[in-house]
Ligand binder design. Structure first.
Ligand SMILES: [Zn+2]
Length: 367
């Protein structure tokens, strides 16, 4: 079993600048200069743990290449690409005021989108069985006409469109367990019944007005957007139940040719932004269910693409768990963080309600 792994040092050099979280530092407003929430450390350290744990020796390194204009334009508007290219020499913001990049930042965003493309195509080429792209900046919030929520380019959507051109890829399921709603991926394929978009996220978090279970797609795509806005505090038990009763049955109805995980670790128990409680053990269990589903439906073809995750010490262990599961590692590197027995890790009644509602939507997914 070969698992491809994409990482590039330049991902750590994407410069989100001196910020106070997601606000520009402004002493007049009491906003002390610090770093942006989305700064390099959690991802850089995740990569370093992949190396130090020895997992790197079990992986096949894949070199990313920059996404081309044509690949980007399959998702983004010409005006947005032109604007980004115009800001590459100076640095700027991709659109919403919170999505900063430094000099050369658009080149790095191209390399992130290209990293997702590389991982997907390596799996479709059977060069590897599964793959993971530890890319930065993330992508699942970026929409056609603007970047948002720390995401410059829509990495996963770009990779799907590219794979359609090169490999005639047909049915793709995206399972997004980042704590935020995968609004960008949803928007890119909202009317498309050949891309199943499943997002499990913290209810009304970011974007604040999206990710409702009533957003179900439009036209022929109706039914192929499945949102589970879970209550804050949902842990391993709630997520695993949601996977068992909604995510996996949805995949079984859909029969994808490829599964992509929008792998965000801001749904972890120690994330500074999210308010969920998944632990490395939990991420491992969720990934295991997805790997099994990929085995049933698409010859095991599954690709993880990195999204959020902001705890610099904890995120690396969460990523490691997912990557070990994708690589079929039997003796995982132990996580020193024992948070599996936190109170209310098991399914709670108010979480059950959301799952029950989502179960009703499964009937509109067809093969
Ligand atoms: Zn996120």
């Amino acid at each position: 079993m070969a698992t491809g792994y994409v990482y590039h040092e330049l991902y750590g050099w994407h410069d989100t600048g001196t910020q106070a979280g997601f606000f520009p530092a402004d002493p007049r407003r009491g906003l002390q200069p610090f770093h942006h929430f989305e700064y390099s450390e959690s991802k850089r350290r995740a990569h370093e743990l992949v190396v130090v744990s020895g997992l790197i020796d079990r992986l096949t390194r894949l070199a990313p290449r920059p996404a081309t204009d044509e690949e980007i334009l399959a998702v983004h508007t010409p005006a947005q690409l032109e604007r980004l290219v115009g800001l590459n020499d100076t640095g700027g913001d991709a659109g919403d005021g919170g999505t900063k990049f430094g000099v050369g930042g658009v080149d790095i965003a191209r390399l992130a989108a290209g990293g997702a493309i590389t991982a997907v195509q390596a799996v479709l080429d059977s060069a590897v069985d599964t793959a993971y792209a530890l890319v930065r900046p993330p992508g699942h919030h970026a929409v056609a006409e603007q970047g948002m929520g720390f995401c410059v380019l829509a990495n996963i959507a770009i990779a799907i469109k590219a794979a359609r051109e090169t490999h005639g890829l047909e049915r793709v399921a995206v399972v997004d367990f980042d704590v935020h709603h995968g609004n960008g991926t949803q928007a890119a394929f909202y009317a498309d019944p050949t891309v199943l978009k499943i997002s499990l996220h913290q209810d009304r978090f970011f974007p604040g007005n999206s990710g409702f279970s009533t957003e179900r797609g439009e036209g022929a795509g109706f039914g192929y957007t499945l949102n589970l806005p879970l209550p804050p505090g949902t842990g391993n038990g709630g997520y695993q139940e949601a996977f068992k009763r909604v995510v996996i049955p949805a995949l079984d109805r859909f029969h994808p040719d490829l599964i992509i995980i929008a792998a965000g670790y801001d749904s972890s128990a120690l994330d500074p932004l999210g308010r969920m409680m998944i632990t490395p053990k939990g991420y491992r269990a969720l990934t295991s269910m997805l790997v099994e589903a990929a085995g049933r439906h698409c010859g095991g073809r599954i690709v993880g693409v990195h999204e959020g995750g902001y705890n610099e010490s904890y995120t690396p262990f969460c990523l490691l768990a997912v990557l070990e599961e994708l690589a079929g590692v039997e003796e995982p590197f132990p996580s020193p963080f024992g948070l599996d027995n936190l109170g209310q890790q098991e399914l709670q009644p108010h979480q059950e309600k959301v799952i029950k509602e989502a179960e009703k939507l499964l009937k509109d997914i067809h093969c």
